[in-house]
Design a protein around this ligand. Structure first.
Ligand code: GDP
Length: 464
């Protein structure tokens, strides 16, 4: 895909099809002249101030096509950094097509996918990772996706990367200087300070790499496994949770029955109950399921709900729990189910005892009556919020960024080893350049191949 920045581009920025309004956007040198050729308002658009709105008619050969509102954004104060005009028209596909045709007849060409945002990037309005976040915002389907994309578009980890890169550039410059004076054997770059920077970079880059897993989990739904012996109440609990939250879930357009069965949004966080269908299927064959079988499903879960019958001996519950192979990154809640069955309610003591012996959070519930389910869902959400705090809400969700960060980490580690071994500035400088390059790939400060840009922006919708 080739892009020419000199062209003036036009596209429908709202979805194709009938709607109350349709917005047509133009960007480029001729944007204002093109609109002035067929728009009749109080004054010519070229004589209007930037950031103003104007009502008028679109007239072609004495025929009124539509009454529209034109928004004017003069360069450089616009989304793309160029002159931008947005026309809010009536949302008839006929009107919209006619107006786009007229724009083309007056010298605009149809925009390619993502071309407006690409211009914003090329004109320094957004860095590359922010531009990519725009596509994520448009594609966001839940609160977590929206939050992460918005944070990134507003700067997110771009600032962190830019500042690390700047600090590294300073050392790179000092080491280059040393190379210029190599005969005199001087050391401009303080190796101790350089090592401190490298360790700081290693820490920051590693944290960002780690955030990828959680970022994706947040994006696609936190995997939760409900495990426990047959008859502990797994299906009852899942059905109850689905029932309670169904209203929210079925609001999402296009949700299918299957989707409803396994995904629940609680307080804006999406949870994905993994393979619970598999657990349910095995109900038919009680002999075959043991705890062991459901345990296999545990590994891919971020949160494990270990559900047991509260009527069981608490020591047995603790023993059963200790059989579980829980990964250090997994969160566990022990649910003492069927608490409606115990009359003499000493549930609190049992909770305490089991919690002390297992070191895990314990909660008595009744999946059947719904007792304490709100406490449970609240706890699920809290776990997610605590994870988010650990990363300051900054998550790498873009695979391109992840691979650049992993590459950066390798180069940083090489610099670290080089510093430990006291290698010459000449060799250090090679690794520094590589680290600078891989960091620059994320924000796009380095010269990127047009093909790479084409691939990145080609994923956008037209009109963005
Ligand atoms: P699973 O095999 O772990 O999926 O267990 P089920 O959800 O199928 O439940 C097994 C039985 O326990 C069913 O008869 C449920 O009605 C009953 N049950 C589940 N939860 C509760 C509860 O909180 N209280 C009571 N009284 N019965 C429950």
């Amino acid at each position: 895909m080739t892009y020419t920045q000199h062209d003036t581009i036009v596209a429908l920025s709202t979805p194709v099809g009938e709607g109350a309004l349709g917005v047509i956007r133009l960007s480029g040198l001729l944007a204002i002249d093109i609109v002035d050729a067929f728009f009749t308002g109080k004054k010519k658009i070229k004589d209007q101030q930037s950031h103003t709105l104007h009502f008028g008619k679109i007239v072609v050969q004495d025929e009124i096509i539509d009454e529209v509102v034109v928004s004017v954004f003069k360069n450089p104060h616009s989304y793309t950094g160029e002159d931008v005009i947005e026309m809010s028209c009536h949302g008839s596909p006929f009107i919209l097509k006619s107006i786009i045709d007229i724009c083309q007849q007056h010298g605009a060409r149809l925009a390619k996918p993502g071309e407006f945002t690409m211009r914003a990037f090329l004109n320094g309005k957004l860095d590359l990772s922010q531009a990519e976040a725009v596509a994520d915002i448009i594609a966001s389907e839940n609160k977590a996706q929206h939050e992460m994309a918005f944070k990134q578009m507003r700067g997110g980890y771009s600032d962190i990367i830019a500042s690390l890169r700047n600090e590294l550039i300073e050392f790179a410059a000092l080491i280059e200087l040393e190379l210029d004076f190599s005969e005199e054997d001087v050391e401009f770059a303080n190796r101790e300070k350089f090592m401190q920077l490298i360790l700081k970079m290693k820490q920051t880059v590693s944290t960002l790499i780690q955030s990828f897993e959680m970022g994706n989990v947040l994006k696609h739904g936190i995997p939760v496994a409900i495990i426990g012996e047959p008859n502990a109440g797994k299906s009852t609990l899942l059905n109850k949770l689905l029932h309670e939250e169904k209203a929210i879930v079925s609001d999402i357009a296009g949700t299918t029955r299957d989707f409803i069965e396994d995904t629940i949004q609680i307080e804006g966080v999406q949870f994905r109950f993994i393979d619970t269908a598999g657990i349910r299927e095995t109900d038919d064959n009680l002999e075959a399921i043991g705890i062991a079988r459901s345990f296999q499903k545990m590994n891919s879960a971020k949160i494990i709900l270990f559900i047991v019958d509260i009527q069981k001996d608490y020591k047995q519950i603790v023993n059963d729990f200790k059989q579980l192979a829980i990964l250090p990154t997994q969160h566990v809640l022990i649910l003492l189910n069927k608490s409606d069955r115990i009359v003499d309610c000493n549930a609190y003591d049992i909770e305490e005892a089991i919690s002390t012996l297992t070191g895990k959070k314990v909660m008595e519930i009744s999946a059947y009556t719904g007792r304490n389910l709100e406490r449970l869902t609240h706890e699920l959400v809290n776990i997610v919020h605590a994870e988010k705090l650990q990363h300051n809400g900054l998550f790498v969700t873009n695979a391109r960024h992840l691979s650049a960060l992993q590459e950066t980490l390798l180069h940083i580690q090489q610099i670290e080893v080089g510093l430990q071994d006291n290698i010459s500035g000449e060799f250090l400088s090679i690794d520094i350049k590589m680290a600078l390059h891989s960091l620059g790939i994320i924000t796009g400060v380095i010269e990127l191949d047009k093909d790479i840009l084409g691939t990145i922006f080609g994923k956008f919708c037209i009109g963005k």
